[in-house]
Design a protein around this ligand. Structure first.
Ligand SMILES: Cc1cc2nc3c(=O)[nH]c(=O)nc-3n(C[C@H](O)[C@H](O)[C@H](O)COP(=O)(O)OP(=O)(O)OC[C@H]3O[C@@H](n4cnc5c(N)ncnc54)[C@H](O)[C@@H]3O)c2cc1C
Length: 256
């Protein structure tokens, strides 16, 4: 098979960390550095029966880092994640040369308060944003942005970037991280927030004063969470322009 080298380049895996049996992160080194903004995604491909099969993946790393980092969830019957799961350090992937996406920190409405809501791997773009703003702040260029990350997962061991986000929250008063477990009966030791992220969302909007018209809310990951979240936010008075969504996959159609 001839892969278009105009569109694709090779990216070599130089680090891999398994968080659970179906969640893992990798860092890759592309042949040519990828230019992107925090919140954008890359298109990764694997070669299968003479064709390139591609999927989008939000970039976790910050543009200033030498390697590009991704956080994956294995979809058992998926086409791309099972072969990706078997790639180890030293193996290659295909990566489109251009990053894409508009799920970046809002430049349009000019809000400084950003409520970043996600399910599991949907934290990836927020890690990129937080790393980038933290670096700028350490260099003395803090923009005045406030970030609150609400991350939902079934159980606490799925919060792969929890230590990093907690440590940023400890370092900077303008970062807050709230992990939320939706199946506390499977995680009896968990002492933090429990429930559905959409419901916890309401509480934090009011408690933190992250209210319209000063706040942009970002919703990333599970399609149902995004749909429910949008409804709640619209009813709470957020304008369409103040709600941003990044849907990771299409919801399955109900068969009646
Ligand atoms: C902008 C964007 C950014 C994304 N970023 C990430 C990321 O950072 N990390 C990440 O892991 N994925 C991310 N995704 C999802 C990713 O593109 C793939 O859809 C996902 O990895 C599944 O690919 P697959 O080929 O293994 O499964 P597919 O063959 O595409 O899907 C098989 C079936 O599983 C469903 N499905 C797909 N993903 C999931 C899921 N996570 N849970 C439950 N059902 C699912 C599909 O609707 C389909 O019915 C992103 C998607 C978009 C659009």
């Amino acid at each position: 098979m001839t892969v278009s080298t105009e569109r694709f380049q090779k990216a070599t895996i130089i680090f891999r960390k398994d968080h659970t049996e179906d969640l893992w992160s990798i860092r890759v080194r592309p042949e040519v550095p990828l230019v992107f903004k925090p919140g954008q995604y890359a298109t990764l491909g694997i070669e299968e029966e003479g064709k390139v099969v591609e999927r989008s993946y939000s970039i976790c790393s910050s543009p200033h880092e030498a390697e590009v980092e991704f956080f994956f969830e294995l979809v058992m019957r998926g086409r791309v994640t099972p072969p990706l799961y078997h790639r180890q350090v030293g193996d290659n992937l295909l990566m489109r040369r251009n990053a894409k996406g508009t799920f970046t920190l809002d430049g349009r409405v000019g809000h400084k308060q950003h409520l970043l809501v996600c399910t599991v791997t949907g934290v990836a773009p927020y890690v990129s944003m937080a790393r980038t703003l933290a670096r700028e702040a350490r260099l003395g260029h803090y923009s005045g942005a406030k970030l609150v990350v609400l991350q939902a997962a079934s159980r606490s061991w799925e919060f792969a970037y929890r230590d990093e986000l907690e440590s940023l929250a400890h370092e900077f008063s303008w970062v807050k991280y709230v992990p939320i477990v939706s199946r506390p009966w499977e995680d009896p030791e968990w002492k933090g927030e429990v429930g559905r992220v959409e419901d916890i969302l309401r509480k934090y909007i009011d408690d933190l004063g992250f209210v319209p018209p000063h706040t942009t809310v970002y919703l990333c990951g599970h399609p149902q969470m995004i749909e429910n979240g949008k409804g709640i936010l619209r009813r709470r008075g957020f304008s369409k322009e103040s709600i941003r969504g990044e849907v990771y996959w299409a919801p399955q159609k109900e068969i009646s």
